[in-house]
Design a protein around this ligand. Structure first.
Ligand code: PEP
Length: 256
């Protein structure tokens, strides 16, 4: 059976009050229905304690948008995995294109963080994706292959179930311009083949999310693609109504 993870990446949005209200609306909106899809929200670090209490009563999981690889120590300004575990975070996003672009995240740092996350029994969402220039130059598959090979280097297949890949073409993030369904399926199928090289048959059960301007209007056409297992959602996850609409679409697809 197809698996689905619908995740909201709130980025650097919401103050503590707004985060609590948004989390409450999502928890309440998913409370009374059997959820076939997994649901995740990733608030800014500072709002994780408040949101942690709110999600504890519902079917919504909590995640972080980044972490540092060391468990503690003299790393001013960083947040460790044990700190996130204290608040019952289940997932940590790593390698988001905004972190690669503005904060020097590389495939190498992604690999170090990934190993720290999976060794701590948490799940990682590893973001990959090509720029517009790379796509126009026909380099999409080469970029994805390199990001997977280097980002997941020396990771044992026993950890496959703790790794989610989010395919996020950079040109589609926050632009309102989603990749078309052929582009999405082609990239996801390529990613799954690369994962099979690393993890064998376990790759068939791995979650590969699409991210890039997913909204209620285009969610069905993307989520129903064979190699798409959910979405990583930025803008549309900041409004409870639109996020809940996408969750409903995913849930109905899985109940067919
Ligand atoms: C994201 O933040 O990962 C993202 C895909 O953003 P948006 O949905 O706004 O394009």
């Amino acid at each position: 059976m197809k698996k689905m993870l619908i995740a909201g990446n709130w980025k650097m949005n919401t103050n503590a009050y707004e985060a609590s209200e948004l989390a409450k609306a999502i928890v309440t909106g998913t409370m009374n229905e059997k959820m076939n899809t997994k649901i995740l929200i990733c608030p800014p670090f500072i709002n994780i304690p408040a949101v942690s209490e709110i999600v504890s009563t519902g079917q919504v999981m909590l995640g972080a948008q980044n972490c540092f690889s060391q468990p503690s120590g003299a790393y001013t300004g960083e947040i460790s995995i044990p700190m996130l575990q204290y608040y019952k975070c289940d997932y940590i996003i790593i390698g988001h294109s905004e972190r690669r672009q503005y904060f020097h995240e590389t495939n190498e740092t992604v690999n170090i963080k990934l190993k720290a996350i999976i060794n701590s029994n948490l799940n990682a969402i590893v973001c990959i994706g090509e720029s517009l220039e790379e796509r126009q130059n026909g380099q999409t598959f080469a970029v994805l292959e390199k990001q997977i090979k280097e980002g997941l280097m020396n990771v044992d297949s026993s950890f496959a179930s703790q790794i989610v890949i989010a395919y996020e073409p950079i040109w589609a993030i926050g632009t309102g311009m989603s990749a078309n369904t052929e582009q999405v399926q082609e990239a996801h199928s390529f990613i799954r083949e690369q994962l099979k090289v690393l993890f064998g048959d376990k790759a068939n059960d791995m979650i590969i999310q699409y991210g890039g301007s997913v909204k209620p209007e285009n969610a069905l056409s993307i989520l129903e693609l064979p190699d798409v297992n959910g979405a990583l959602i930025g803008g549309a996850s900041l409004k409870a109504d639109s996020f809940l609409s996408i969750i409903k679409i995913a849930n109905e697809l899985l109940s067919d």
